[in-house]
Design a protein around this ligand. Structure first.
Ligand SMILES: [Ca+2]
Length: 568
């Protein structure tokens, strides 16, 4: 029945130009569906209520009554009578125990009197477990945990009525979510499906300094040895690499230097930021798209990209680039960079601490190089918002309680601790309001420790910049310095990660696989052009091939969602 009405709705939405009206209708339609479903679970000895009998206020609503109107508006925590919920949780692999045995969840239970029966599922089993649960129709009361639902699942389950719209529940029972939405209205935009509903809440930890994933490092010891300044232009960079190649800066009498290395098409270790010197403001390795004054463009079909490829081709031809940049994997690449046996002059990486385990003084970051037309740019990739990190199902007899319970965890200090661990255990608070990590107990690593009393990487939390800043963290401090250096040159026009309609999502996935997939057209062409060089005729053929692979449709789809996200 739910499925039928969802299908009908889709038809109505297509036929009827008044979107607002449709949304209004859909809300009305959903009520009986939810009630019938809820009533059915009660009759068949349902799961949601557990052993407890629902109180009058929590019984399924009568037909025609809005599911979240008034009745439970004055919910107070802790509840006078416990409410039981069954929740399926996407759980980080480092978690070794039941959530109910963790300090953070013990505190939450005391605070709320909500009693959760958890089904904790590891990331590897998640897809299979979800399929089983959804196919059986025996839904949990809620889905919890970072990325527990994929974007396409949010859209599909939402349109089928299996997970319920949250807007009204947020309005009435989620002051902490509302507060975050006021600070970050873009979240609300990102979470809103094309039917106008919000079906899920996200996980987001705003480590803004990580928006600049890649840093270009150069061997300062070698530069000093050869009396060369840190390069400021693509020409100077080329000259420095040539000197590394020819002038034996490590002084062992052998031409063993690898002047420059990177890992192809990788956000942290890739060369994508170099495209900025040729006028491609943001060459996103995920989709190769960027925005130029409000217009979405596919980087590999721009003349600026041609110039970037020619530059890399020149470095490759003259053996100034590691000849394995297209074939080595991440482990091999990082091992090479770390190794003193393979002396590398310049490379792309995330941070010195992440690569070398310390602030290796031999290397310094290179500012954005000026290209032939004095252009500069750097790759910015905003931290991903895991949109499907919490959802309430149509089986849930206590949606208001469930929303209020979730909202409690979105309180700033609690969100912080659900991710990093409890204050007093994994972190301590200093008198100036900053936090420091506590020493890791013997027999544990940092991951074990972080996940000993909190869901950590699997938590559903929203931790914004101001809170993140309060945690003293050596690696973050290093990364912040790079952020300050590159941020002014990185594009502010970024493509929001939107919820696609099911139809657009399928179309996009198919085109994307052909164009940008691991073995797709872009990957093979890029490598071929850089390694073998290319003529103008080759470039024209390349442009024609992109059209055949439906690049125009791809760009237009992104443009549509970009415009919607920006209120056009
Ligand atoms: Ca040498």
């Amino acid at each position: 029945m739910l499925y039928v009405s969802a299908l009908l709705m889709r038809k109505v939405m297509v036929d009827n130009p008044s979107f607002r009206e449709v949304i209004h209708m859909r809300k009305k339609w959903l009520v009986p569906c939810v009630s019938v479903m809820a009533a059915m679970t009660v009759f068949i000895g349902g799961c949601s209520g557990g052993g407890s009998t629902p109180t009058a206020a929590e019984k399924p609503k009568a037909q025609g009554e809005a599911p979240s109107a008034g009745a439970e508006n004055n919910l107070n925590f802790p509840l006078a009578e416990p409410v039981k919920l069954k929740i399926l949780a996407n759980t980080a692999p480092q978690v070794k125990k039941n959530y109910n045995e963790m300090q953070m969840f013990k505190e939450l239970k005391e605070m709320t009197n909500v009693d959760v029966e958890w089904t904790q599922v590891g990331w590897e089993q998640l897809a299979e477990k979800k399929n089983i649960v959804i196919a059986s129709g025996d839904l949990p009361d809620a889905f919890y945990g970072r990325g527990v639902l994929l974007d396409q699942e949010i859209v599909k389950l939402g349109s089928q009525g299996a997970i319920i719209p949250l807007e009204d529940l947020i309005e009435q029972h989620a002051p902490n979510v509302k507060k975050v939405f006021e600070q970050r209205p873009d979240f609300k935009t990102m979470l809103t499906a094309t039917d106008g509903h919000i079906y899920s809440l996200p996980t987001f930890v705003e480590r803004d300094f990580n928006e600049i994933p890649s840093v270009l490092f150069i061997n300062k010891k070698w530069l000093d040895q050869l009396d060369i300044a840190v390069p400021t232009t693509t020409d100077e960079f080329y000259e420095a690499l040539k000197a590394f190649k020819e002038k034996d800066p490590n002084g062992n009498g052998k031409a063993d230097e690898v002047p420059f290395s990177f890992l192809f098409n990788n956000a942290q270790n890739g060369s994508n930021s170099l495209a900025g010197s040729f006028g491609i403001k943001l060459d996103d390795p995920r989709n190769n798209l960027y925005v130029d004054n409000g217009t979405v463009k596919y980087a590999p079909e721009q003349p600026e990209y041609q110039a970037y490829l020619e530059y890399l081709g020149k470095l490759f031809k003259e053996n100034l680039v590691d000849q394995e940049v297209f074939t080595h994997d991440q482990n091999t690449y990082l091992t090479k960079v770390r190794s003193t046996d393979v002396p590398i002059g310049a490379f792309f990486g995330f941070s010195k601490i992440s690569i070398f385990g310390g602030l290796n003084e031999d290397y310094v970051p290179v500012p954005p190089l000026k290209g032939p037309d004095n252009k500069q740019g750097w790759l910015r990739m905003p931290a991903a918002v895991s949109k499907g990190s919490f959802a309430i199902t149509s089986s849930n007899e206590h949606p208001e309680v469930t929303m209020k319970w979730m909202d409690a965890m979105f309180e700033e200090m609690l969100s912080f601790q659900f991710e990093i661990g409890p204050i007093g255990l994994t972190v301590k608070e200093n008198s100036d309001g900053t936090f420091e990590k506590m020493p890791i107990p013997d027999g544990m690593n940092s991951g074990d420790f972080k996940h000993s009393e909190a869901p950590g990487n699997g938590a559903t939390v929203m931790v914004l910049k101001d809170m993140v800043k309060r945690l003293i963290d050596e690696q973050a401090d290093e990364k912040r310095k790079y952020y300050e250096m590159y941020d002014p040159f990185a594009s502010r026009e970024v493509i929001q990660d939107m919820l696609w309609s099911a139809e657009d999502g399928e179309k996009l996935a198919a085109i994307n696989l052909d164009l940008n997939g691991r073995n797709g057209y872009h990957a093979s062409t890029f490598a071929k052009f850089v390694m073998n060089g290319f003529s103008d005729a080759d470039w024209d053929k390349h442009l024609a091939q992109l059209k055949k692979l439906r690049v125009d449709e791809y760009v237009a789809l992104y443009q549509k969602y970009y415009d919607a996200a920006n209120g056009k």
